[in-house]
Write a protein that binds this ligand. Structure first.
Ligand SMILES: Nc1nc2c(ncn2[C@@H]2O[C@H](COP(=O)(O)OP(=O)(O)OP(=O)(O)O)[C@@H](O)[C@H]2O)c(=O)[nH]1
Ligand SMILES: Nc1nc2c(ncn2[C@@H]2O[C@H](COP(=O)(O)OP(=O)(O)OP(=O)(O)O)[C@@H](O)[C@H]2O)c(=O)[nH]1
Ligand SMILES: [Mg+2]
Ligand SMILES: [Mg+2]
Lengths: 275, 294
């Protein structure tokens, strides 16, 4: 039991530090702690203050979380994000996961630029027994996507999962390239792409929010896949993204294997963040 | 050009007229926020703040006509000193071939950076040989091989048998490089988590066999608070000699640079500023300082 308001302030300062160290960002941390401060009573113990913080964080994420959305046949998923975040691996993981649910996927090697990008997706495709469509090296990705859509329609595969090249959101040409891919998809298939996942590395700091804003503008986004949570990074930068952009976190990546993807669970995420 | 947080601190100090211990504390609190916004690790920020405070509360600053300006200058100078180092070229070692090993977390840019280094050193008159000891990532060998091919530089492809006995293979690669005067030998390794003890042990075995002239930590410039944990773990368990920070062509402020150098004491020698193989630049501490402050 805390003996004074000063004790309480010390606890709240320590908790602010925990939030900052998890990459939640100073402004968001202050906002959340301020909310907790109004919630707690004089008699509250350290544990109950911590629970109040847990509730505040979970409460922030809950409206944008829900049961996993299993795609209907005919769905097109697009994977976007900055370099090295885990797009290609996450796409393969999801293809494997949907396969277990009885949905087969056609994979598209939309990264026509990086060395061995097509080969990397090809190997994953073989491992999960899913066909991979690729184009020539340095082909216009939108044209590879266009061809893939024709093949998808012809084959009648359940799902179309499209990998794209990593890119920094400050490169206007590359961001326009993504917008073009989205337009091609929308023109060729009604409502496509049905999901546009921003694949984000959990160790990224405040720049994650900038990335989310830009990708939302150019390619559109329907959700986030937060990767590499098997490391020591807490992924707190997504809290700011959810708060500001109202984007749901759909999956988390917890390793390099096909089974290392799980639907996002706010309570578990917050527990890990505060641990 | 200073970040909003620092502009605020400057404006505040100017408004106070005289600098006192009390308003310096308030100004430093604003500086702290600015540094956190730039993704500098919280512990590193506090350490840095202590140093600034000592310097800013001395006679010359307190009596200065422009104390706010003085404080910003102290911050910029201290930042540049920490980031800076005269040790900017890669170690060559005394017995050829020079050997470089690139390590770091998944996706940080190691394989691409191998290519960039090979190109740079080849242009400087070297005769590099690339080899990849990433036996895990799909198409890892293909990736480095394609990069080498694009750069018209030699690549040592491990056979299936060699992949089963990697340390023996490494000795064979080193022997070839020695006999054929291929220097530097640039060794790519698989990305790994510093908390994966088996993989960290494996990395240490590679290092012990290679006896590299540089163990280069390749870190992503957009890393947040975790930059300290991973870099420190790699330094403590493997031993690093230098750092290359990648993806500075984005708009991440790059506070990870200060975090990594502060906790490991190892110099950042180069920065990656794009995906192409010529997009590697020498590290400039003053430019990095401006970026973190901006
Ligand atoms: N530990 C861990 N590693 C991961 C996870 N997801 C991806 N990786 C690794 O991160 C590295 C990069 O993954 P990729 O799938 O190639 O990333 P990408 O976004 O497609 O990269 P680019 O196409 O080059 O932009 C690989 O070594 C993956 O194995 C994860 O959840 N945990
Ligand atoms: N924008 C930008 N992208 C970079 C830079 N350096 C590397 N990349 C990209 O980052 C992604 C990952 O690069 P890799 O070289 O595969 O990274 P890695 O560390 O070898 O990855 P793993 O082996 O899976 O751990 C690729 O898309 C690269 O093109 C850089 O300086 N700027
Ligand atoms: Mg990829
Ligand atoms: Mg690699």
């Amino acid at each position: 039991v805390l003996r004074s308001g000063r004790d309480r302030d010390l606890i709240l300062d320590e908790l602010t530090e925990v939030l900052i160290l998890s990459d939640i960002g100073y402004a968001t941390a202050e906002k959340i702690i301020a909310a907790v401060r109004t919630d707690i009573r004089k008699s509250d113990s350290v544990d109950s203050i911590r629970s109040a913080l847990q509730a505040a964080l979970t409460g922030l994420l809950l409206p944008y979380s829900g049961d996993e959305i299993i795609p209907k046949a005919g769905s097109v998923y697009l994977f976007v994000g900055v370099n090295g975040g885990g797009k290609t691996t996450s796409l393969a993981k999801l293809a494997a996961r949907f396969k277990e649910k009885g949905l087969d996927s056609l994979l598209v090697a939309g990264d026509t630029f990086r060395a061995a990008a097509r080969e990397q997706l090809s190997i994953w495709g073989k491992r999960i027994n899913s066909p991979v469509i690729q184009g020539p090296y340095e082909a216009d990705p939108a044209s590879v996507v266009y061809d893939a859509v024709q093949s998808y329609k012809a084959r009648g595969t359940d799902l179309l999962l499209i990998d794209t090249a990593g890119r920094v959101h400050t490169n206007a040409n590359l961001m326009n390239e993504l917008e073009k891919i989205r337009r091609v998809l929308g023109r060729e298939i009604e409502g496509a792409p049905h999901e546009i996942f921003l694949v984000l590395d959990a160790s990224i700091g405040q720049n994650a929010v900038h990335q989310a804003r830009e990708f939302l503008k150019f390619s559109g986004l329907t959700g986030i896949i937060l990767t590499k949570l098997d490391g020591t990074a807490k992924g707190g930068s997504v809290v700011g993204i959810v708060d500001e952009l109202k984007l749901p976190i759909r999956y988390i990546g917890v390793g390099e294997g096909l089974e290392d993807i799980h639907p996002f669970l706010p309570k578990e995420f917050v527990d890990a963040l505060l641990s | 050009q200073l970040s909003d947080g620092l502009q605020k601190a400057l404006k505040f100090l100017r408004g106070e007229g005289k600098v006192t211990e009390k308003n310096m504390t308030e100004a430093l609190r604003m500086v702290r926020l600015a540094f956190l916004e730039a993704d500098v690790n919280y512990t590193v920020v506090k350490e840095f703040e202590k140093k600034i405070r000592e310097k800013a509360l001395n006679e010359k600053v307190l009596e200065s006509l422009t104390p706010a300006q003085q404080v910003i200058k102290i911050i910029r100078d201290e930042l540049t000193v920490i980031l800076g180092s005269n040790d900017r070229k890669l170690n060559i070692g005394s017995i050829p071939p020079s050997k470089y090993m690139l390590v770091g977390l998944q996706g940080s840019g190691k394989t691409t950076t191998c290519g960039k280094l090979g190109r740079l050193l080849s242009q400087a008159g070297g005769n590099p040989l690339f080899v990849s000891f990433d036996l895990k990532r799909p198409a890892a060998q293909d990736q480095l091989q394609m990069i080498a091919h694009n750069l018209k530089l030699p690549f040592y492809r491990l056979s299936r048998g060699q992949m089963e006995k990697p340390l023996k293979a490494l000795a064979e690669v080193m022997e070839q490089a020695r006999i054929q005067s291929q220097s530097p030998l640039i060794v790519d390794t698989a990305g790994r988590l510093h908390v994966d003890q088996d993989l960290m042990d494996e990395l240490l075995l590679i290092k012990k066999t290679l006896v590299p002239d540089e163990v280069i930590y390749v870190g992503d410039a957009m890393t947040g608070q975790d930059a300290v944990k991973s870099a420190l773990a790699f330094d403590e368990q493997i031993g690093l000699t230098s750092v290359i920070l990648t993806k500075l062509d984005g708009d991440a402020r790059g506070g990870a640079a200060l975090s990594i150098v502060s906790v490991t004491g190892k110099p950042i020698k180069y920065v990656g500023v794009g995906e192409k193989y010529d997009q590697l630049e020498m590290f400039h501490p003053d430019r990095m300082a401006s970026r973190i402050l901006g």
